[in-house]
Design a binder for this molecule. Structure first.
Ligand SMILES: Cc1ncc(COP(=O)(O)O)c(C=O)c1O
Length: 395
């Protein structure tokens, strides 16, 4: 059979493999990007589904409007205003089937074959794949501890000119590094980019998973032009299985997004959306988030204790102040794929850092998920990984 040329751009199966590894028995896997299933509020969700089916069963089992269930969009717009100071009207919110769909739709909207997308690296594999599916040329922009490096952005804009069609960033507790942009860098970035007519996708998947009380203002907060498209999701704060997420864009862009959403799947699941709205009306999601961030913070701390105790001092990391990951850097002449090979033989897995670079040039880093494992597993798995790393670095 002949396949579309885009399939040649989609050869990296690291994400697929990582998702499968988490289901392998006996494996202590630090690979997943999942929240911890024990945090999913199963009883409340069950009750909420029951209520929806009792009260609005026919509507819930029907098609929904393409933009999504109105009440849910209204609650999301209010929530974003209260939490982040964002001013989106209900009409500027569309419900998507996971934020992955929002990334896919954004690629579909802006990218023709060979167009350039600038994005901070390392970056989320799912976004790399969504963009590659439209045959974009991915141009990596370096980051430092404050966020995207603006000099590098300027250079890339000068070099690629009109070919640049999109910028993709994750300013909060980034996947894979766990780092966040500083408020100064956020503001400076939006001011700088406002001189260009290039849309920016702000992926806020982890923005609410802060281990400190403070939430940073999103890029969209500083955006006066309607240039930033904001993508949020309930996958990390609630549960990923319902596939309820959202995209916010100003009216002119929203019209186009709705055409694409309609073509993609007509609408997101009506029952999942109504359940979500019902849950939000009768439960305190913020209290739930406070509980899960408390749990993840303890797991992060547990992982840091084992790293500090078991790993050689040449392995560096920055303490993540939220999110799900620790990003570990080995000396530049070492390859985390070799470490993975040895770790797998002892039933420990993680994702090698090279997978998070579109060109795969850097291979001395690794992503470790801490949200999804018990303290015992973190202790056991990281002790093994520490021993293997010590031996590998000594060679
Ligand atoms: C940065 C980022 N964006 C988007 C997603 C997709 O999430 P979902 O489609 O479940 O909303 C993920 C999932 O891991 C992610 O890490």
């Amino acid at each position: 059979m002949k396949f579309a040329s885009r399939m040649e751009c989609l050869q990296d199966k690291a994400l697929l493999n990582a998702m499968e590894l988490t289901e392998t028995e006996d494996m202590i896997s630090f690979s997943a990007g999942f929240p911890s299933p024990e945090t999913y509020p199963v009883e409340e969700i069950k009750e909420s589904f029951d209520q929806v089916l009792d009260r609005e069963g026919k509507e819930a089992l029907s098609y929904c409007s393409t933009s999504g269930f109105g009440k849910l969009r209204e609650i999301i717009a209010d929530r974003m205003k209260n939490k982040f100071g964002l001013n989106y009207r209900t009409e500027e919110v569309v419900i998507t089937s996971g934020s992955q769909q929002a990334l896919d739709m954004s690629s579909m909207l802006f990218i023709n074959k060979g167009d350039v997308v600038l994005f901070e690296t390392p970056s989320y594999l799912g976004a790399v794949n969504a963009l590659r599916a439209y045959e974009a040329e991915l141009v990596a922009l370096p980051t430092d501890r404050e966020g995207l490096i603006l000099d590098a952005l300027k250079k890339a804009l000068d070099q690629y000119g009109d070919r640049v069609k999109l910028i993709y960033v994750i300013p909060d507790f980034q996947n894979p590094t766990g780092r966040s942009w500083s408020p100064e860098r956020r503001e400076a970035f939006v001011e700088f980019i406002s001189d260009y007519e290039i849309p920016v996708i702000e992926d806020a998947a982890y923005s609410e998973l802060s281990f400190e009380d403070k939430l940073e203002k999103p890029l969209s907060y500083y955006d006066k032009k309607g240039q930033v498209v904001y993508v949020g999701t309930f996958s990390k704060t609630f549960c990923p299985g319902l596939r309820v997420a959202w995209l916010c864009a100003r009216e002119n862009l929203m019209e186009k997004y709705l055409i694409l959403k309609n073509a993609a799947d007509l609408s997101s699941s009506a029952i999942a959306q109504r359940q979500m709205a019902n849950y939000l009306m009768h439960n305190d999601l913020d209290a739930h988030i406070k509980w899960i961030t408390g749990l993840y913070k303890e797991r992060r701390d547990c992982m840091m204790v084992v790293i500090d105790r078991e790993f050689p001092k040449e392995a560096h990391y920055v303490i993540p102040k939220g999110g799900l990951f620790i990003w570990l850097e080995l000396p530049e002449n070492k390859d985390s794929r070799e470490l993975l090979r040895r770790a797998m033989a002892e039933k420990v897995a993680f994702i090698p850092g090279g997978s998070f670079y579109p060109s795969g040039v850097k291979n001395n880093e690794l992503r470790l998920n801490f949200s999804n494992l018990s303290h015992d597993d973190i202790e056991k798995g990281m002790t093994i990984l520490g021993r293997l790393t010590r031996a590998y670095l000594a060679e």
